[in-house]
Ligand binder design. Structure first.
Ligand code: ZN
Length: 583
């Protein structure tokens, strides 16, 4: 019998920090089969599909647990508050919790991301409340309900458990942000979702609120999460500035964020910013031999500009070495946070490769492949490293290995074409280039391929339309100006129109950057009729010539530098778009 049934019904969400000692391992309740046999699972409802979509998105950005694969199970007749993680990686979610999150439909996914992200963090930690509860159940089998309750809350009071709970909440916010959800929907100065949620779980029933450690914790938590949430602006806008090539400004924002919240993603993004700066300096430094330089001809697999733009500045070997050192330092930090973070390791390899440290580079690509055998990007990068070393047959083999895993991978098709072309294997080169144009006919690389094939390059139609996002003057609207440590930063969100207005003055360059962003819920459309929710296919029809497409963990950013326009794509759809100006 489940002695703590009432307790579970009311208090589990908060309590499942758990850990302490592992309990009796042979309990059937530790396996999902038990729950499947006792409760009705639901999968077919629209809300369930959305919950699974949120869960899949979170899995892409969250830290990876060792040894278990997290899975989501939604139950119809399971009481509210009984959200918990099992040691087999299952997350159990009552359907009522989904309904609670979706009470405000516009905020539903973000809020659910918080609830699920919290449980994911417990799994990553290997920290299961149910073990503790079951142990408790057997340790005090005959205690009265009120005694159990008291003992249970007492057991919650150790500092370690509080820390794990707080950490789970903080990471839940971070995961939600990294997955691209609007954290203002979860916590902000005008929104109390988390307290309401814990309240709905029955937390406030326990004792006198005035000296209740739970109530205290909630207050502290809200303050801390609100703080993180406003700092997340630094992260989100840092990524957006990175996308439009404002690397100095992006670095300023991300470096402010990282002092508050050092996470592998931030270090990785900082590394990417420095890498881009290094690459631009490299291109300037080597511009006389650019036509034969493998680093400038071949394509490594990371989120970079399609073609480094050569500018008429003096070559700067020194700046290159400085920037690449910063890039490596940040990728190393990402690795220190999580030695099994494939994206970071792969990027670290790319930075070493550009620096000319081929052996280090190969070591990192190989390590990436040990962690994730089917990581086609690392095979491609090993191929570029082989080209740099002059090992042609190895290069062919590596590029082909990448294509075995992903037959239409543009980077490797392109590299095979370039390598064949360079070796004078004209027939093979032609075949690869033609294949390339089938998978990418729009980017700057497509035009390089056309040039090498001797084809005519289609002229990009000069923009004869003007993009605009209707924006009320901030002063006339109720402002929710957020205080951030960056005095030179200003953010304003218009809740009625779902528009973000963001302004930033970069210290390093004095450049003033303004950005207007149409977010989820915005009803307007771009000059060519693209609105939130439009398919990526439609975007590429209406806007066929992006300056670059930057890969993100959950999708891509399509950047149109000539229009100062960026579409944020997730799951094949436009989730937001923004216009920017820089002075
Ligand atoms: Zn928890």
């Amino acid at each position: 019998m489940f002695k703590l049934k009432h307790l579970l019904l009311t208090g589990l969400f908060l309590s499942n920090a758990g850990l302490a000692q592992p309990a009796e391992p042979e309990n059937s309740k530790l396996k999902i089969d038990f729950w499947l046999s006792q409760y009705r699972r639901v999968t077919h409802l629209q809300e369930c599909k959305e919950a699974h979509e949120v869960f899949e998105t979170l899995l892409k950005v969250a830290d990876k647990p060792v040894g278990v694969l997290p899975k989501l199970f939604i139950f119809e007749n399971l009481a509210f508050g009984k959200t918990l993680a099992l040691p087999d990686g299952s997350i159990i979610l009552p359907f009522d919790v989904i309904k609670f999150c979706f009470k405000n439909p516009a905020y539903g996914k973000a809020r659910l991301a918080f609830v699920l992200g919290h449980e994911l963090k417990h799994i990553v930690r290997g920290d299961y409340a149910i073990l503790r509860i079951l142990k408790f159940d057997t340790t005090f089998p005959s205690a009265s309900y009120s005694t159990q309750l008291r003992l249970f809350w007492k057991s919650m009071e150790t500092q370690q458990q509080k820390t794990f709970e707080t950490e789970a909440d903080e990471f839940a916010i971070l995961y939600a942000a990294l997955a691209g959800y609007d954290t203002d929907a979860i916590v902000s100065s005008t929104n109390n979702f988390i307290s309401e949620y814990y309240g709905a779980c029955g937390i406030n029933m326990h004792g006198d609120a005035a000296n209740n450690p739970v109530a205290e914790r909630l207050n502290a938590l809200n303050r801390r999460l609100n703080d993180i949430s406003s700092h997340l602006d630094l992260f989100n806008f840092g990524v957006r500035l990175y996308a439009i090539g404002k690397y100095d400004a992006a670095i300023e924002l991300l470096e402010k964020f990282v002092t508050q919240f050092p996470s592998r993603e931030v270090f990785n993004n900082l590394g990417l910013c420095y890498y881009q700066k290094a690459l631009a300096h490299y291109a300037e430094w080597k511009h006389e031999t650019a036509g034969n330089d493998p680093h400038l001809i071949y394509r490594v697999s990371m989120a970079i500009d399609p073609v480094p733009r050569l500018r008429n500045r003096s070559l700067d070997q020194h700046a290159f070495h400085e920037m690449i050192a910063h890039a490596i330092k940040n990728f190393e930090e990402a690795k220190a946070k999580d030695a099994n973070y494939e994206t970071g390791l792969n990027n670290l390899g790319c930075a070493h490769l550009l620096k000319g440290e081929v052996d280090f580079a190969k070591g990192h690509f190989k390590k990436t492949l040990e962690l994730k055998q089917n990581y086609h990007e690392a095979h491609n990068n090993l191929g570029v490293a082989s080209v740099v070393e002059g090992r042609v047959s190895d290069a062919f083999e590596n590029f082909k290995n990448a294509l075995k895993l992903k037959p239409d991978y543009p980077e490797s098709i392109y590299n095979l074409g370039r390598l064949s072309y360079q070796l004078g294997q004209t027939g093979a080169a032609k075949t690869y280039f033609k294949k390339y144009l089938q998978v990418d006919s729009a980017s700057a690389y497509a035009n390089i391929v056309r040039e090498l094939l001797g084809q005519k390059i289609p002229t990009s139609p000069s923009p004869n339309f003007v993009e605009s996002i209707d924006l009320p003057h901030p002063a006339t609207e109720q402002s929710n100006r957020i205080d951030t440590p960056a005095m030179e930063m200003f953010k304003f969100h218009d809740w009625r129109k779902q528009l973000d207005y963001f302004q930033f003055v970069a210290k390093a360059t004095g450049e003033k950057i303004a950005l207007r962003r149409a977010a989820e819920g915005h009803k307007g459309v771009s000059a060519k009729g693209i609105g939130i929710g439009a398919s990526e296919k439609l975007v590429s029809e209406k806007y066929p010539y992006p300056h670059s497409i930057k890969a993100t963990t959950t999708g891509a950013l399509r950047v149109y530098a000539d229009l100062n326009l960026v579409f944020e794509i997730r799951d094949g759809k436009v989730r937001a778009w923004y216009l920017y100006s820089a002075m």
